[in-house]
Design a protein around this ligand. Structure first.
Ligand SMILES: N[C@@H](CCC(=O)N[C@@H](CS)C(=O)NCC(=O)O)C(=O)O
Length: 202
């Protein structure tokens, strides 16, 4: 299988997933902002010219959450997701989708307003509002982790999605000083060899 990846982007989630599952993969590495990501050739893989995308034989799939669900369903052999009948299955699904649904929208605003835009076009009001919202979104993760090491009990695809979003949130100045569960969770995830390998791909 092939992963379309850009270092320090959401495609770390796909590489992390393959590493956790010890599945073989080849990489096509892009640099964020490289015009090649908007080429007709790459848009045939991902119509928005983004990462991650995965090619598996005649299947091409994009959206990190969909990639996690697809790989676990077709190649996971029951690993990294609870059985549908398990009491933790709803938690698994909920937290798998929480990353892109709730955490990443304010993270995107903070990224654009603090790093992407030239200084003269940045708007501090938008940053402050997004950081406040992100804090509230992370409160739910704090509660979701109460009494647990991982969001669905055992480590799962939900942690690859929402765990990665928590790490990025903290890096972009989301305040986790009042969120000890999230802080410890981030440390626990960062200690996983599979994530360390995924961060190291350049
Ligand atoms: N919801 C999508 C977001 C994909 C996305 O926006 N990826 C960013 C990297 S984090 C990207 O490829 N940006 C390149 C660009 O906009 O040119 C997912 O989870 O896969």
């Amino acid at each position: 299988m092939k992963i379309y990846h850009a270092p320090n982007s959401r495609s770390v989630r796909a590489v992390w997933l393959f590493e956790e599952l010890e599945l073989p993969y080849e990489l096509e590495i892009h640099a964020l902002g490289d015009p090649k990501m908007r080429s007709a050739e790459y848009r045939a893989v991902h119509p928005m010219g983004r990462v991650p995308a995965v090619v598996d034989g005649d299947v091409t799939i994009f959206e990190s959450g969909a990639i996690v669900e697809y790989i676990l369903a077709r190649h996971g052999a029951g690993r990294l997701r609870p059985d549908v009948a398990s009491p933790s299955f709803p938690d698994y699904l909920q937290w798998l989708h929480y990353a892109e649904g709730m955490l990443m929208p304010p993270v995107n605003i903070i990224f654009v307003e603090t790093l992407f835009l030239p200084e003269e076009r940045r708007n501090q009001t938008n940053v402050d509002r997004a950081r406040k919202l992100l804090g509230r979104m992370l409160d739910a993760v704090e509660q979701g982790l109460e009494g647990k090491e991982y969001l669905a009990g055992e480590f799962s695809g939900a942690d690859i999605m929402t765990g990665h979003a928590c790490i990025v949130s903290a890096r972009l100045g989301g305040d986790i000083s009042d969120k000890p569960n999230v802080e410890a969770y981030i440390d626990r995830l960062q200690a996983r060899p599979a994530l360390q390998k995924a961060w190291a791909v350049k």
